[in-house]
Design a protein around this ligand. Sequence first.
Ligand code: PHE
Length: 453
Amino acid sequence: MAQATNKWNSSFAFIMAMIGSAVGLGNIWRFSYVVYSNGGGSFFIPYFTAIIIMAIPLLILEYAIGYHFKDSISNILKKIKPKFEYIGWFILVCVFLILTYYMVIIAWDFIYLLLSFFKGWGVAPATYFANNIIVGGDNLKGILEFVLPVSIITIIFWVIVWFISHKDLNDGIGRVVKVLVPMLFLIMAIIVVYALTLPGQMIGLSELFTPNWSSLTNIDIWLAAFGQVLFSLSIGLGITIAYASYLPSNEKLIDKALIVVCSNSGFEIFTAVGVFSILGFMSLNSGIAVSDIATSGSGLLFIVFPEIFNIMGDVAYILGPLFFLCVLFAGLTSALSLMEPLLCSLSYKFGFTRKKSVTIICIIGVLISLIFTTGSGNYILTTTDTFVNEFGILLGVIIQTIIMAWCYGLDRFIPSLSNSSINMGRKWKFFVKNILPFVLLIMWISGVIGIFV
Ligand code: PHE
């Protein structure tokens, strides 16, 4: 059973990789909408509660697991009890599925990056998206003209991911994240600062931040906050465990976890300010209420934004490409992070080299991604997304937390945390063992009821 031999050559590379994983499509398309549709300004109460009572303790747990065991998630669970290995592979299947559809969204985004140079989506972006990107099963013209490029671009991005991931840690991912993550922040800063100068920005911002205090009594809003935080910080997928297993000794784990949480939340709140300023500008120009424009998911990225760029004039030829480039970097660094637990587990389980594991994952991954680019692919993509995010990941998180807290024992992780500037070992232990599993279970059960009822 091979152990992790690769080590990060700097803390900076590790932190950039962690932030690169956390800051993804969820921060750009999901967060703004989730805040807006769940009580606006008052949403920040459940949001920060979720960060403090769930995200920080869980992230510290994942850092400590990776750092302590220096192994892959499936092997770690197997070491605790052989049968637990299956739980590890269940989580890895979820990770793999997320990766396969993430690659398709990255390909869509790349198409929009090219289109944004000449507003190639035309005067009706919604129709363009429906006919040319998500192709209806009987739309032969669309299939011939566009499925081919979407699938080819998806394959090209798989090749890019292969190229980066098959290299050694510091030569591949380490080097890429050190460039892309700072650029991502810089580009987003330019977009947001510009957005704040647009006329109508206050219309959007007051929609975003006006609190609806009565919403706080609604359990769904709390669930939305917990779900968003989990997704946004890429918790529960073995990513942090893999990345932390490459850390050299004497690291300040708690400090690093806090840096990642603050950067991720800072990025998503800042982005929401930009997104809603732009929606306010659109509302002022079109006379449509922000509430009718605001939407989530691919609709916001690939329909609403092109519509806004259409009414923006020439500045859109700069802002559009910058925006889609930002999404591309955010997506790519998250995709690279999804690769890591997969290749770690394959390599350690079967003794494969990093290159061999990455090659196997990419070949199977391409084939599955291609299904998402066919006629009914978008339906399969949405269903997979709902299943994995609302059911799979959370279940994995609950089981991992219970195994570590109740079977393995959190005391064994305390030495790994003792080096940090903040000493929260005992409080953390009490919390993760006695409170967190129940909070997570309530969330999971409500989520399952929501899907099936
Ligand atoms: N954290 C990413 C985001 O906010 C999403 C993601 C989840 C990425 C899981 C990788 C793994 O968009």
